[in-house]
Design a protein around this ligand. Structure first.
Ligand code: NAP
Length: 293
């Protein structure tokens, strides 16, 4: 199959490698060309515009930062993208309403559109072990699931366009709330001078435990968050999208607003590109320890 892949950032590059490994003909485009170049030695054509990449393909996979980036690439770029007779598969994290808007816009231009957001980060992207959620019609799903299996062995049809985007936001809200909850508990224990290892020993044996806790513990204890596979800035975007989607269905948003504010503080502290466990800095700022009592 002739595939165009647009957006070779943290996730896009290993995902594009999986398309090549699946034996497909691949043309890639990235705004910053340097990030696409390494794919050329693996057999990809590097296009100098999105229009060129898409012009060479029957299907276009988008792994872009957000809805604004998708608009820029599909509808505002020069030269103009020709979507006639082509299928757009949107795989980034955007809101259900943005995704439905893109479905309409792509349809107006003679193309077909489905969404396939993913859960998992760069290691899972490299290994082809992402959880792929598909928002599409059944015929679209049947047509494209082979290609989507490059990214994860069992793409799951959630419902029409917008539904998979919603499930993805529901999952990412959990990433944020679990992290804030864990950071708060670790912060309390630490600031009271209790050994975090003891706290973890109990937590690991309990029904409260989630694997994400051990993945993030060391970052928090060391206050070292590195360059994130999944950076704080993207989690901030996703929680804001969740907030809007939740308000539309009348959910109480006090909790999510508090998490949004904590993420905002984390960004203000300079952790936009760091792993999102940097939320610990907002929840438990340095210099606040009492050491006991
Ligand atoms: P990333 O590393 O920040 O890459 C973002 C991509 O979007 C880059 O290719 C970037 O191009 C492009 N882009 C941004 N603004 C643009 C614009 N205005 N015009 C054209 N291109 C633009 O992001 P990522 O981590 O790969 O994530 C991509 C999407 O997947 C996001 O929606 C994210 O929330 C979601 N996601 C991420 C993870 C993860 O663990 N990282 C996991 C699941 C889902 P340049 O290189 O030129 O800046």
């Amino acid at each position: 199959m002739k595939v165009a892949f647009i957006g070779t950032g943290r996730m896009g590059r290993p995902m594009a490698e999986r398309v090549l490994a699946g034996g497909h003909e691949l043309t890639v485009y990235n705004r910053n060309r340097e990030k696409a170049e390494p794919l050329s030695s693996l057999g990809a054509e590097i296009a100098s515009s999105a229009a060129d990449a898409i012009g060479a393909a029957e299907c276009v996979i988008l792994m872009l930062a957000d809805g604004a980036a998708i608009k820029e690439v599909l509808f505002r770029g020069s030269p103009k993208v020709d979507l006639t007779g082509r299928t757009v598969i949107q795989m980034g994290t955007i809101s259900p309403s943005e995704s439905m808007d893109f479905q309409r816009e792509v349809g107006k231009r003679g193309g077909d559109y489905l969404e396939a957001p993913v859960l998992g980060s760069t290691p899972e992207a490299s290994a082809g072990k992402l959880l792929v959620m598909v928002g599409a019609s059944k015929p679209q799903f049947d047509k494209w699931s082979n290609l989507l299996e490059c990214f994860g062995s069992e793409p799951l049809l959630i419902g029409e366009v917008g539904k998979a985007a919603a499930v993805k936001l529901a999952l990412n809200q959990l990433i944020a709330s679990l992290t804030v909850g864990f950071a708060s508990s670790v912060g309390l224990v630490q600031n009271l001078g209790i050994e975090p290892g003891l706290f973890m020993k109990i937590l690991r044996r309990s029904a409260l435990y989630a694997p994400i806790f051990d993945k993030k513990l060391e970052h928090m204890l060391d206050r070292d968050y590195g360059i994130g596979n999944f950076p704080t800035k993207h989690l901030f975007k996703d929680v804001a999208l969740f907030h809007t989607a939740a308000q539309r269905v009348n959910l109480e948003s006090v909790a999510v607003e508090a998490i949004q504010r904590l993420l905002e503080i984390t960004l203000e502290q300079g952790y936009a590109e760091a792993d999102y466990s940097a939320l610990f800095e907002a929840v438990c700022p340095l210099g606040q320890q009492t050491g006991g009592s």
